[in-house]
Design a protein around this ligand. Structure first.
Ligand code: PAP
Length: 345
């Protein structure tokens, strides 16, 4: 059997096995809607139906290289920001960030960060339904990829190879508010008139883990535990930490991915220039992010909102905030608490 046929059969088998398991579950078997998008429980997390074929294809077909760098996150925790930082750090010899050279030639000016670092389950495997396997041989090394899939479900080769994973976590209150605003920007949701009742309903789902790639605590703890047991494999970053101490966090990131800043670079302006180039203000003003559209269902500009820590306080009632904040208690039971977000309820 040809390799591609064999991998397609494996993908098919995995899909069938999962649908049998789902039939036996007492949990909701039917699809549940997250805004206008149906999703189903798959291997313990909520998978959007739009990626139902891409996920098993990624799981069965992807072969990690030791040099790969994989960014992992829940949606709305700082993925776009980290993609821009990672791409800029790793490629700084090829694409200078110095203001003395023509900075506008940097790819970040013409491509949204999601285009520069592709998500496995949305982009890399998107044509798999046509049996069209991606050709990953042309991607420059180190290959940069991203995923929202929880650690327990990433392909074996990611776990067993020497490739590195950078995870970004964010406090659940701001994560929910960011998610809420983002989803209302989907083309399909523009006619929705949001109300407090609707927000309450979505908070209920979010807290039960019923949202794309949730549950929240399983996702965060899965990667965090791996980062504790295997610190050379997974680097755990916090959105709030990147906001508070960007320089220090960038140094950690660059070192972890094998592109440390030299003494000369540290003395010069390189780190500050990367921070500036990838800042929310800078990305927001770029033409590609003001008027472009990378994902078919949403405009690029929806990816850049306020980028503030504590913005939840402008939207949530005290009881809503308390409900979401209880998720931090779940994290504490497993020994996790945010370093940079103490919460102030
Ligand atoms: P994604 O999962 O759709 O890629 P993601 O990038 O993880 O979304 O999260 C978007 C959040 O990051 C938004 O937060 P907010 O809604 O609270 O404002 C967005 O504004 C913020 N963000 C995007 N780019 C940056 C950046 N360069 N610096 C800081 N925050 C950013």
């Amino acid at each position: 059997m040809a390799t591609s046929e064999a991998t397609n059969t494996k993908t098919q088998e995995l899909l069938e096995e999962e649908s049998k398991k789902l039939e036996q579950l007492t949990l909701p078997k039917d699809q549940i809607m997250w805004f206008e998008y149906p999703m189903q429980l798959y291997q313990g997390f909520w998978r959007l139906n739009m990626i139902s074929e891409m996920v098993p294809a990624f799981q069965t077909q992807f072969q990690a290289l030791d040099t790969d760098i994989i960014l992992a996150s829940l949606p709305k925790t700082g993925t776009t920001w980290l993609k821009s930082l990672l791409f800029t750090i790793v490629n700084r010899k090829k694409f200078s960030v110095s203001v003395n050279t023509s900075i506008s030639q940097h790819p970040i000016h013409t491509q949204n960060p999601h285009e520069l670092v592709l998500h496995f389950e949305f982009e890399v495997y998107k044509n798999i339904h046509r049996n069209d396997q991606p050709d990953l041989t042309k991607i420059p090394i180190p290959r940069l990829f991203a995923t929202h899939i929880p650690y327990s479900s990433v392909p074996e080769s990611i776990k067993t190879s020497q490739c590195r994973i950078v995870y970004i976590g964010r406090n659940p209150l701001d994560n929910f508010i960011s998610f809420w605003h983002f989803c209302l920007q989907f083309d399909e949701c523009k006619s929705i008139k949001p109300s407090m009742e609707m927000m309450e309903e979505y908070i209920g789902m979010y807290c039960k883990g019923v949202f794309p790639f949730g549950p929240y605590e399983d996702h965060l703890l899965g990667y965090w535990k791996e980062s504790m047991q295997n610190p050379q494999k997974v680097l755990f970053l916090e959105y709030e930490g990147l906001k508070k101490e960007p320089k220090m966090q960038l140094k950690r990131l660059a070192e972890f991915v094998g592109f440390p800043f030299s003494e000369e670079e540290e003395k010069g302006n390189v780190i500050d220039e990367i921070i500036e180039l990838c800042s929310l203000k800078s990305l927001k003003e770029m033409e590609v992010n003001k008027n472009g559209k990378f994902y078919p269902w949403v405009e690029n500009k929806a990816l850049f909102r306020k980028g503030e820590v504590g913005d939840w306080a402008n939207y949530l009632t005290p009881s809503m905030a308390k409900q979401i904040d209880e998720m931090q208690e779940k994290l504490k039971k497993d020994g996790f608490s945010f370093t940079y977000y103490q919460g102030n309820l």
